[in-house]
Design a protein around this ligand. Sequence first.
Ligand code: URP
Ligand code: ZN
Ligand code: ZN
Length: 463
Amino acid sequence: MRTLIQGGTVVTAVDTYEADVAIVDGKIAAIFAKGMGPQGQFDTVIDAKGKYVMPGGIDAHTHLDMPFGGTTASDDFETGTRAAAHGGTTTLVDFAIQAKGDPLRKWLDVWHAKAEGKAAVDYGFHMIMTDVNDGTIEEMNQLVREGITSFKLFMAYPGVLMVDDGQIFRAMQRAGEIGALICMHAENGLPIDVLVAQALAKGHTAPKYHAITRPQIMEAEGTHRAICLAEMANAPVYMVHLSAERALKQVVEARDRGLPTYAETCPQYLFLSDDDLAKPGFEGAKYVCTPPLRPAAMQSDLWRGLRTHDLQVVSTDHCPFCMKGQKDLGKDSFAKIPNGMPGVETRLYLLWDGGVRAGRISMNRFVEITSTAPAKIFGLYPHKGTIAVGADADLLIWDPERRHVLSEKTLHMRVDYSPYEGREVVGGPTHVLSHGRVVVENGQYKGKKGDGKFVKRGTFNLQ
Ligand code: URP
Ligand code: ZN
Ligand code: ZN
């Protein structure tokens, strides 16, 4: 199968240039100066005139088919990865969760079974460790050999997912020895639970209390603690879903000292705020995620962090729950609203429209934070995350003028609302290619269930 993408402008994290891109058997085979791509040798020619040719998005933080908060995330690997493809994301790294007391292996196998034969685009797994003990520490080595090279630990959700500092430290030590990366949910869960109980005792049950009981000081403290533990363990650490300025300050301070500290933020922290959580009635439940949305005035700090490279990645933390039958479990108590929001499909639209078009980031930085940096940090580079000879032909033909209005009715995620309902975005893919095959063309899905395969990721090697 030979495809030529002709006449477009290639945009990578570092370069912008006019070129023809040749794909043979799912890989980028050659890059020709514009107009020099040989004619007549290709099964398919895609006209990219006036468009950008960019690496497919990599979303390093999704929760598909995940049991959480008394229910299960509404997208599974079929619907979630298809929606990802529609939005220009061609690889995602999802979280497998160990149930306390079980070996990691058992639950990794469960996640393989959830995904295999269903996914529309390639996927990998991080492993969430809820129990760090001699057995699971040993298992980390085997998982790394199988391409599971990152492990998430929670400082939040006591009694459910939380591990203590000793466990965190042990996992970090092992990660440092074997080239794995610890992803940290940094919020101090025990005092947060006290605040939650106190709020409920006062009859404060509305969604907005989710943010009031999870103040950013608890995220900053967790971030500081995680960085200290990682420094002592001589290991890199990656802060997931960083939401606010005080936590970012901790990351900046660590990076200024040369520590291998990394962090992602998510579109919801860049584009939404606690005003959304405070919408009348139960509407705010749509916006309950953890860490919570912060005051709008804090968004500029995150944009600054993206510009200064103190934040390296924007992932989605896609964890959708329908309002009807799921979010409404928390009608009488914000503490029972399942935590999470849909986003796997809308990340690139929002970051292009609200980032590149709004003049906050360059096109190259857009590619870097949505594709190249996650590929490098999570062991997918250089097969993914760039446009180079030999790389997987996971590509977007991006029309900077394509307009549409984000709506639950037209988006493809399996959830009954969009947090961005009615927002017009400019810029989107006309073609999405996975391994050289067009899987989405002008909004039509052309792929099939099972096209996406598990990708074995390499060890962490950015130091
Ligand atoms: O609200 C969120 N973020 N739900 C998913 C679980 C997590 O902590 O990432
Ligand atoms: Zn988390
Ligand atoms: Zn998450």
